[in-house]
Ligand binder design. Structure first.
Ligand code: ADP
Ligand code: MG
Length: 477
């Protein structure tokens, strides 16, 4: 007996779950319902056009693979999109500025939307056949350009080194250029930017971006097929070789060995090498010494966690790219809440858009707070001192710089004391560190501030009102 649509979709979901993050799974796949299976065509119902477009743009390959796996090569997927009640008057709750270039007008089309599998197979090892000069598909993602890479203190060195390399590949002291930094801080993005910029400035150069795991796989494959030489020759003719996440070479001696030879050849012939890693060379375990010492020949530049200002700019950039607008307080809230991983920051933004399109609710600060609670991993999250300061300053209409300064102006002193009071109450920060962040005061000053606020709470009704208001604004829920 053949499977029902529900069973097929259930099996698909199991595969999908293993291939996307929990957050993405909850956001994009849980709300989907399978509604029909006929002639090998599975129809799934998605909550909105935005969903459909997002799935098509981001998960088409995964969906395609999964469907083929479940239904065989003939298997197809159709979307059924839940219509907005009234198209003419009801705008989606988020404002779409830029229609996605290739989006079809789903509203006028039949409800079912065939999955457009713009088949883009990635060749291995990247050669486009049929041309005299060997042309290599660079494997660069055009979205990861310098234009979309927001500059900030946290990435200034790496970015400008990358830029220098892009203008003169192989012709600077930055060879290899090693970009290192924690998860989600932009290593992959920046290394693509360099490749894209080189292609722009030097179209004839052969640029190749490859992940270290793919490189390893290709190498193993070449050994198995007994054409290891082809593998090495292929890599030795590249002008700009970008290898992402070289830390994965750790412990893989044979791969390191072959990479060592490729590296030497490229370096000697003035070709540019760009590497990324999640740690600096000194901390890379399981890496051959001769390779490590070569990593240090050029420049190692790190990417640090972005400042608040940069985080806000990055969110604004992503919103611009997706063609959406959010209230400023929401963007600020996200930027205050997620501080150490830009990928998570983006994930939160996208989930928020999805939530709003799912519930047909507009994106408010409240929705953002709820969403962050549900999705952001670290459940024991606490408000940050930064955020408290911001809310207090907004409330009293003071510039935050004043609160962080040493000024003793009366109205600033009181706001600062209140910020200290809430920081003590709502974060785990020590008195000393609260003081340091609020105008460079010491722990005794913070203690005194807390006492003063408590006294006023007992005696001053209006003040009590302020504090109650503020507490509501600061609280996560
Ligand atoms: P990593 O490779 O370090 O783990 P990625 O390069 O994949 O991180 O970056 C994670 C996400 O954050 C990507 O979507 C990327 O576009 C975005 N991102 C990181 N840094 C910046 C930046 N400076 N400006 C804009 N987007 C950024
Ligand atoms: Mg990466």
């Amino acid at each position: 007996m053949s499977k029902t649509h529900e069973e097929v979709w259930k099996s698909c979901l199991e595969v999908i779950r293993d291939n996307v993050s929990i957050q993405s799974y909850k956001t994009w796949f849980e709300p989907i319902k399978a509604i029909k299976l006929k002639d090998n065509v599975l129809t799934i119902q998605v909550p909105s056009q935005f969903f459909y477009e997002w799935l098509e743009e981001h998960y088409i390959t995964l969906l395609k693979k999964t469907i083929k796996k479940e239904l065989g090569a003939e298997g197809k997927l159709e979307y059924s999109i839940i219509m907005e009640n009234n198209f003419n008057s009801s705008k989606p709750p988020y404002a779409i500025k830029v229609p996605t270039s290739n989006s079809k007008d789903v509203r006028n089309a039949a409800v079912a939307m065939p999955l457009d599998i713009g088949s883009k197979t990635i060749r291995n090892p990247f050669i486009i056949p049929g041309l005299k000069k060997v042309v290599v598909d660079s494997q660069l993602n055009p979205n990861y350009s310098f234009e979309t890479f927001v500059e900030g203190e946290s990435n200034r060195l790496a970015r400008s080194a990358g830029f220098a390399v892009a203008n003169k590949p192989g012709g600077t002291a930055f060879n290899p250029l090693l970009i290192y930094g924690g998860v989600g801080l932009g290593k992959t993005h920046l290394s693509h930017s360099i490749g894209i910029e080189i292609k722009k400035n030097h179209p004839s150069k052969t640029v190749l971006f490859v992940g270290s795991e793919k490189f390893t796989q290709q190498f193993i494959e070449s050994v198995r097929n007994n054409n290891q030489n082809d593998f090495v020759h292929f890599y030795q003719m590249i002008d700009v070789l970008i290898i992402d996440d070289v830390q994965f070479f750790s412990g893989k001696e044979k791969t390191q060995d072959v990479f060592f030879h490729i590296f030497n050849h490229l370096h000697q012939t003035g070709k540019q090498i760009v590497l990324t890693s999640d740690k600096p060379p000194v901390e890379m375990q399981g890496m051959e010494q001769r390779l490590l010492s070569r990593f240090k020949w050029g420049l190692s530049a790190d990417l640090q966690a972005p400042s608040l200002e940069t985080r806000i700019k990055i969110l604004e950039m992503k919103m611009y790219q997706e063609g959406i607008e959010l209230p400023k307080e929401v963007t600020e809230y996200l930027a205050y809440s997620i501080t150490t991983n830009i990928r998570e920051l983006e994930g939160a933004l996208i989930s928020l858009i999805a939530q709003s399109s799912l519930n047909k609710k507009s994106i408010t600060l409240e929705l953002a707070k709820n969403m962050i609670d549900k999705f952001v991993k670290n459940t024991a999250r606490e408000v940050s001192i930064d955020y408290i300061q911001k809310v207090v300053c907004d409330y009293f209409e003071l510039p935050i710089e004043l609160l962080k300064s040493k000024t003793r102006k009366r109205e600033v002193v009181q706001a600062r004391q209140i910020a200290m009071f809430f920081s003590k109450k709502m974060t785990k920060a020590s008195l000393a560190s609260i003081g340091a962040q609020c105008g460079g005061k010491d722990h005794a000053t913070v203690l005194h501030a807390c006492k003063t606020v408590n006294n006023l709470l007992d005696t001053d009704k209006r003040f009590r009102g302020y504090i109650a208001d503020l507490e509501k604004k600061i609280a996560i829920q």
